[in-house]
Design a protein around this ligand. Sequence first.
Ligand code: SAM
Length: 209
Amino acid sequence: MINQLNNIEHPNFWDMQYESKKTGWDLNSPNPVFNYLINELPFINPSKLIILGSGKGFDAVLANEKGYDVTAVDFSSTANSYCRELNQKFKTQINIIEKDFFELDGSLNGTFDIVYEYVTYCAISLSKRNQFLKLVNKLLKPEGRFITVLFPIDNREDGPPFSVDYNQFLLETNHLFNLEYLDKNIPSVKPRKGKEILLVFRKPLIIKE
Ligand SMILES: C[S@@+](CC[C@H](N)C(=O)[O-])C[C@H]1O[C@@H](n2cnc3c(N)ncnc32)[C@H](O)[C@@H]1O
C-alpha cells in the first residue's frame, strides 16, 4: 500500500501539508491575478463558478463577494475547515464540496459558466492531467469558460508543483476548448512573476466526437 502521506492523490497528503504549514503555494489572500481577472477583464461577468482544488478558499470568497455563485471543491478537510471559517467571517455563501473532484456527481455536468483552477493542475499527478481537462470540459455549459493561471511554466524537475509546458498545454486543450484570451502581463506575486500565464478558454457550442 502506498503511504497516504506521500501520495498526492490522497487527501491525507494535503491535510498534512496544511497542518504542518508546508504550504508554499498558499498566498493567504486571494490570487492577485484572479482579482485582476474578475475586476478588469471586461468579458468576465458574475455567473456560476466552480473552483477545483479551492484550498483555504480566498479566491472563492473574493468571487462570491463580487456576485459569483461559487462552488468550491477540495478533498482536504483541513483546507475546507479554513474555507468554512472564511465563509462565516466574510458572510459569504460558498457551496463547499469536500470530495475528490474526479468523483464529482454527474448531475453537476454542464451546469457551470466558469471553471477556475489555480495551482491545482500542477499539483495533480501528470498521469491525471488529461482526465482533469476532460472533467473541466464536462462541468462547463456549452460556451462556458475555463480559466487557469498556469503555473509554474519554468522547467523545474520535481513537484508538486509539477512544471507545465504551456505549448504542450495548448496542444492538449486544443480538441476540448477554443483559446479566447492569453495574458502574460499579469500582476503575479513577486516570486511567481514571469512563471505564470493567464489563459481563458471557451468550450465550443457543439463538440463532435
Ligand atoms: C497546491 S493546493 C492549491 C490550493 C488553492 N487553489 C490555492 O491557490 O491556494 C492544491 C489543492 O488541490 C486539492 N486537491 C488535489 N487533488 C485533488 C482532488 N483530486 N480532488 C479535490 N481536491 C484536490 C488539495 O487538497 C489542495 O488543497
